[in-house]
Design a protein around this ligand. Structure first.
Ligand code: AMP
Length: 443
């Protein structure tokens, strides 16, 4: 089947052709006519399945220009990055139509969003918190909403957006179409469906537990996090193989720790994104990774969920995700849209059970690769690995050697107290220190 077989408008087909998109993905094929029929739809779909276009194409096909320029389509997603991504996708497929899409999210001045809304819009994409604030404050009017789309609902709920979600849904016009997409079907998701949906049609893109077939998976058994970082550093030296690598770290702190370790070798070709980084920094890192300006992106789970990161050659899991679904989510970041991908997971003894759970869900055993001899194996443990010392991720009270402050606090203080010049000087000193350390090591 081709997009030309769908009942799409000429301008939509032209935009799709411009974007080089010809063949619909399975979920696009299955969702199109059902959504066009006006029914409520639940899509069980991971990112990478083409779920965004699966709902955008029919909804925008049904859209009609209205003079009032009040939003007719409301799309709620969990993160700012996803807001930007969905808006971009709308712009891409409406390049020959007069559709105004506005993206709103927390963390930036509301005035900017208010102004964009006042200018008139057709599609609103946003995170529930900001949408709710804009509605409260009177800028947003929902009376023309005909389609509500909740994307990545499992994630929306995991982030605690349930109250805002419920309040927003309560004030929408009753006569509307509801579409919901989620990678996993949790009890919370089921509850939202039960309270919001009318006899929905359920479409499953790839059953959770069936990883995309074009992903080769492998595992290294590694005794601890520090050794994992040594192994990562070793593997990444092979630039020809590891061309575009997404590295998952278990927490913000451990993402920063990985970044620090790799800095010496890969400073110019590496970025890191997690919730403590500023929005601009995250966008910029993502843009560079997209543009191929950096080869390695270190990320935490949450922040990378749903982000559209193309052409990832390797996903490397520094930890084994705590649920089998998360494992499948992560490895799904490679091997997207018919490209081959490789997913490598570093597994500690204590994580074997988690790997087995993922294997059970996939009904597949993942190949174990031998540890390369060149990799230094250390016995040193990080606090999270100490027996009976399950400390929360962020506030780990470990003073870096020779300094009295906590790691997190030190970072914050640096941000607040130092002038830009002082910061740059400090960074320069750090860099020089690292270089001399590296030289010593070589000798
Ligand atoms: P999604 O699952 O919606 O996050 O989409 C993942 C990626 O696949 C995005 O970069 C889309 O632009 C791309 N994509 C969506 N549909 C198609 C298609 N029919 N053919 C090729 N790529 C697609």
């Amino acid at each position: 089947m081709k997009f030309t077989d769908f009942n799409l408008s000429k301008s939509q087909l032209k935009s799709l052709a411009d974007a080089g998109l010809e063949t619909p993905t399975p979920i696009q094929e299955r969702a199109f006519s059902v959504i066009m029929s006006g029914k409520d739809v639940i899509g069980i779909a991971q990112t990478g399945t083409g779920k965004t276009l699966a709902y955008l194409l029919p909804v925008l096909r049904m859209w009609k220009f209205q003079k009032h320029r009040l939003p007719q389509v409301l799309i709620m997603v969990p993160t700012r990055e996803l807001v930007m991504q969905v808006v971009e996708e709308i712009e891409r497929i409406t390049s020959y139509q007069n559709v105004a899409a506005v993206g709103v999210f927390g963390g930036v001045n509301m005035k900017r969003h208010q102004a964009a809304i006042e200018d008139g819009l057709d599609v609103l994409v946003g995170t529930p918190g900001r949408i709710f604030d804009l509605a409260l404050q009177g800028s947003l009017r929902f009376k023309e909403i005909r389609h509500l789309i909740l994307d990545e609902v499992d994630e929306l709920l995991a982030l605690g957006f349930r109250p805002q979600l419920t309040k927003i849904i309560d004030i929408l016009p009753k006569k509307r179409q509801n579409l919901l997409f989620s990678a996993t079907m949790t009890e919370d998701v089921q509850e939202v469906i039960d309270t919001t949906f009318d006899y929905p049609v359920i479409i499953e893109a790839a059953r959770v537990g069936t990883p995309l077939e074009n992903i080769a998976q492998a595992v290294y058994n590694v005794p601890n996090y520090k050794t994992k970082l040594n192994l990562l550093q070793y593997l990444l030296q092979d630039k020809e193989t590891y061309q575009r690598v997404l590295v998952f770290a278990p927490s913000k702190r451990l993402a920063d720790m990985a970044y620090e370790q790799l800095l010496v070798d890969f400073e110019e070709e590496m970025g890191v994104i997690h919730g403590n980084k500023s929005q601009n920094f995250r966008f910029e890192s993502l843009r560079k990774f997209h543009a191929g300006e950096i080869r390695i992106l270190i990320a935490t789970d949450l922040i990378s969920r749903g982000m559209d990161i193309d052409d990832v050659s390797h996903v490397i899991n520094l930890d084994t995700p705590t649920t089998a679904e998360d494992y499948i989510h992560r490895i799904g970041r490679t091997g997207r849209a018919d490209k081959d991908g490789i997913a490598i997971t570093f597994v500690r003894e204590e994580e074997q059970e988690l790997l087995q759970a993922a294997e059970a869900l996939m009904q597949k055993t993942v190949e174990v690769l031998p540890m390369p001899e060149e990799v230094e194996v250390t016995e040193e443990l990080i606090p999270e690995e100490m027996p009976n010392l399950r400390v929360p991720n962020v506030r780990v009270k470990m003073a870096p050697r020779g300094e009295g402050a906590f790691h997190e606090k030190k970072y914050k203080n640096t941000k607040v107290n130092l002038t830009r010049r002082e910061l740059e000087e400090k960074r320069g000193r750090k860099k020089a220190d690292r270089r001399s350390k590296k030289k010593k090591k070589k000798r």
